[in-house]
Structure formats: C-alpha cells, structure tokens
Write a protein that binds this ligand. Sequence first.
Ligand code: ADP
Length: 323
Amino acid sequence: QRAIGILTSGGDAPGMNAAIRAVTRAAIFAGFKVFGIMRGYKGLITDEIEEFSTQNVSNIIQRGGTILKTARCKEFQTKEGRQCAYDVLQRHGISALVVIGGDGSLTGARIFANEFQFQIIGLPGTIDNDLYGTDSTIGYDTALNTIMDCVDKIRDTATSHERLFFIEVMGRDAGFLALNGAIASGAEAAIIPEVATQEDQLDELIANGFRKSKNSSIVLVAESPSTGGAMGLAERVKKEYPNYDVRVSILGHLQRGGSPTAYDRILASRMGAAAVDALLDDQRNVMIGIKNDEIVYVPFTKAIKNDKPINRELMSTLRRLSI
Ligand code: ADP
C-alpha cells in the first residue's frame, strides 16, 4: 500500500483545513495510506508524524488555520536538514508529499524534490494570491472578504469624522488584496507594489484633491517596502497637507483568520482531490492550479516565479469608479 504525507507550511491561510481534508479523504478513497506531518518542514525533520484516518479530518472544513499547524524552518534550507527530512520519510515508507503553502514553501518543495527525486504535489495556500498559474490561491477569497468587512466598518467612522484613512493590508509584495479589496469596499484608491513609482500613485491621488466633494476618503495600501506602508504614506501627506485629518489602520493578522468562504472551501476541496489525481497520474513537481474553472498542473518553477501580473482592467475600474 502506497503511503503519502501531507503538510502545511509558511503563512497560514483559511481553507488549508479544507485542503487537508480533501487530500486525506481522496487519498484514502484511492487506497493510499495517509500521514499527517505536523508543523511543516520542521515536523518533517523532527518526525512529528501520525497516520490519518478519515476521522482525523472530520469537522474541520469550516475552521480557519491549519490542524497540522505550520512553521517556518531554517534547517530545511540546508542540505543536512533536507537529508534528515528525507531519512524520516524513508523510515515511514512515505513515497510522496502534498505540500500546502506559499511561495517559500513551494520553493523548498522544488529544491527537495529535485535533490532526492522525490514526488511532490503543491497546493497554493496563501492569502496573498501571489502564485502564478492559478486564478486564486486558497485563503485569498476569505481574506478579501475579511478586508471588505473591516473597511466597511472603518468607512462609518471615517465618514462621521470626515477623515482620510490609509488602511494597510497584507500581500507581501503583491497588490491583489489591496486592489480587489478597494474595489469591493468602494475605496478611493489602492497603492500597490506592482506600479513602478509610489510617488506617482500618491501624487495622482493628491492632485485629485482626495475628492473635495466627498466627506471621507479611504486608501488601501499593500504592505511592502516599495509602497512605504500606510504609516509612511500618512506621514508624507500629513507633512505636505497639514489640513487633512489623516488616520492609519493596519489590519494585520486578523486577515489570516476566520472561517473560510464557500469559494475557498470549494477551491481547496477541488485542489485537494486534484492533488491525489496528480499523484495517481505520476505527476511530480507541479502545483495544482485552477484557471478558467479548470484544473491545471503548474510546474513549480513557473508557479514561484513571483511576477504574477496585476490585471490592468481592475486598476482602471477602481480609478473610474472612485470619482
Ligand atoms: P510561505 O510558504 O508562506 O511563502 P515562507 O517564505 O516563510 O512561507 O517559507 C516557508 C518555509 O519554506 C521556510 O521556513 C523554509 O522552511 C522553506 N523554504 C523557503 N525557501 C526555501 C529555500 N530556498 N530552500 C529550502 N526551503 C525553503
């Protein structure tokens, strides 16, 4: 009987549990033995591994976070650490891995798979949506909805006080959450790392006078050194326009939590089942993506290129709808 391992690694994202459930159940359905590996690559190295039955993943589809826990692991970035991980897998008779994580986790997976000729299937688990080859990553839709709810609430107070708010959202060098969050919440603008010069984005905003006809303004800012973050932008505006009543809100880790949306649960379930199909099909070193509603296999090297382009049509839509 073939044995496979599942782990979640790097930043957690809502929907990871739905993915763990789907992989476990589809794999058991296919006749595999399934091992849950705790704390990502860390637990792989320290042998925190237990066999999973279908019951281990009962009642988790609706829960945020990851029952397998997640961690960052420096040791896995060394040859010795990865050798240790390989030995542990050999001891358990595990011949393939499903790795659920973001850019970093899939980078580690690619290196490990090449080094030991080990079969790995990746699932894109990150709220940032910054993996290439899939329309959406697991957790992105939930985070977007969380941001929308938060901005709606801030809008109430912003309007009452006639303030300008800079709201910082996650994204780690990707503007998807900021841009689509801005469209969903009717914000005035989004400042994102994909646009070459941040000065221009802010200047354009200021040139438009933050719409004097409006009694509040909300700007979503992607956290990134290249945007200067919400704090940096607010400082600049305060200095240059002392008459603006500027405030900052950094949404932070609440964006990672919460029960996954229907969209993320379905995405994770489909991708999890597809990962098992990929194993049966002897695919290796691919990330499962969904493009135009179809399952696709994306080679790791392509998925983690990290230059997923922002859709210009979205930027134009936001600009035209915020007049
Ligand atoms: P995410 O998967 O959310 O992008 P990280 O970037 O923190 O999260 O990566 C998660 C883990 O993946 C790291 O702690 C490390 O164990 C592993 N990893 C990342 N980059 C590499 C690499 N170049 N080589 C080996 N392992 C890596």
